[in-house]
Unconditional design. Structure first.
Ligand SMILES: O=P(O)(O)OC[C@H]1O[C@H](O)[C@H](O)[C@@H](O)[C@@H]1O
Length: 288
């Protein structure tokens, strides 16, 4: 038997509190369909959320898992990361099942979206939480009539992982990949498996098929978070570093040390959908 979950509030926004019978929890704001919190069963908060975020309509929230769609970053004519993260999504369903909890949210084109992106579309974000895992799936459909135009988009699930300190964190599993370095706009190759963040880091790893591990090895912290993806082709790793962080008004001083973004993305080769076609991408997280 599944149980419907009500709309509650988080940070002043309408939200869904997913609670799985095993105690795992996730909070999703209807604003942007943004996951704001994930607490695995028996674990601690896994996502960073800036206390200086602007939690109101039309603004991007710094932290959790923003949905970048239909444009990643400034790689196109739309506003940065597209419009999906600053729009209210509608709740399709939120349920606690026997072993898990699932929420589904939807965004469709409207007059405002058609002004900047003239396409009929439907996007659905599903969030499934149970035990030590969280799965976030983004599905996009071209809802144009037969004979309408195909559209292209770039996208990301822009996950902000909470860490104790950037100097204790690393990402493992990136060897052999080419990446676009957004700091100096060059293409490079990653030879070693381990990435130890230092300074500003903003990379799009192309064709990233292998699973990754976010590791934290500090005096008080030992943590391994497995990150895998399907459907998405690339992985973005981002941390602003001290200097760039100083220009982010919605980030407290020093908080750049407290997160690392590892994003499931499709940037290098945009997704192209003909009318009636759809695309699905997923990021799966498991706390070891
Ligand atoms: O500050 P935002 O608009 O949320 O963007 C935050 C970051 O998102 C991505 O990770 C991009 O690769 C970065 O270049 C960008 O700075």
């Amino acid at each position: 038997m599944s149980k419907n979950l009500p709309i509650t509030r988080s940070h002043g926004l309408e939200a869904i509190e997913l609670v799985s019978p095993d105690g795992a929890r996730a909070t999703i704001a209807l604003h942007g369909a943004q996951v704001l919190s994930w607490i695995p069963a028996g674990g601690a908060e896994q996502l960073y959320l800036s206390p200086k975020s602007e939690f109101s309509n039309g603004h991007a929230i710094r932290g959790g898992v923003p949905v970048c769609f239909p444009q990643f970053a400034e790689r196109g004519p739309l506003k940065k990361h597209g419009f999906a993260r600053t729009k209210p999504w509608t709740l399709v369903s939120a349920e606690q099942g026997e072993h898990d909890a699932l929420a589904v949210l939807r965004l469709a084109d409207d007059p405002a979206s058609r002004m900047v992106w003239p396409h009929a579309f439907e996007a659905e974000l599903s969030v499934l939480v149970h035990g030590r895992s969280l799965q976030i799936e983004l599905a996009v459909e071209n809802r144009g009539e037969a004979g309408a135009e195909a559209f292209e988009f770039t996208t990301a699930l822009h996950s902000y992982f909470a860490i104790n300190d950037i100097d204790e964190a690393s990402v493992d599993g990136l060897s052999g990949l080419n990446y676009l370095d957004s700091v100096d706009q060059t293409e490079k190759a990653q030879r070693v498996s381990l990435l130890l963040p230092s300074g500003e880091l903003d990379r799009i790893y192309l064709n990233a098929k292998q699973d990754l591990t976010l590791k934290e090895q500090g005096i008080s912290t030992q943590r391994e978070l497995q990150i895998s993806q399907q459907g998405f082709e690339d992985v973005v790793v981002w941390n602003p570093g001290a200097e760039r962080a100083a220009s982010l008004a919605d980030l407290p001083d020093g908080d750049w040390r407290k997160y690392l973004c590892v994003e499931a993305a499709t940037v290098g080769r945009p997704v192209r959908l003909e009318p009636g076609e759809s695309w699905v991408g997923m990021q799966s997280l498991v706390l070891a």
